[in-house]
Write a protein that binds this ligand. Structure first.
Ligand code: F3S
Length: 61
C-alpha cells in the first residue's frame, strides 16, 4: 500500500505521531509520506492516521 498527502495538510502532526514509519513533517511544516510501498506492519496505523487527519489530506491506496 502507498500513502500520499495532498496540499490540504495543515501540518498538525497527528499522522507523524500515529504512524512515524510512514509520515514525517518536512522542513516546510507539511507532512510527507514515505516513497513507494509502506512497510506491511505500518498499514493499520497509516490507515488510522488517514482516518483521523483533521483535513482528510491523506490518501491510502
Ligand atoms: Fe497534515 Fe493531516 Fe498529517 S493535517 S500533518 S496530513 S494529520
Amino acid at each position: 500500500m502507498k500513502a500520499s498527502v495532498n496540499e490540504d495538510c495543515i501540518g498538525c502532526g497527528l499522522c507523524e505521531g500515529t504512524c512515524p514509519d510512514v509520515f514525517t513533517i518536512g522542513d516546510d511544516g507539511i507532512a510527507q509520506a514515505v516513497e513507494g510501498d509502506m512497510p506491511e506492519d505500518a498499514e493499520d496505523s497509516a490507515q488510522e492516521a488517514a482516518d483521523n487527519c483533521p483535513v482528510s489530506a491523506i490518501t491510502i491506496e
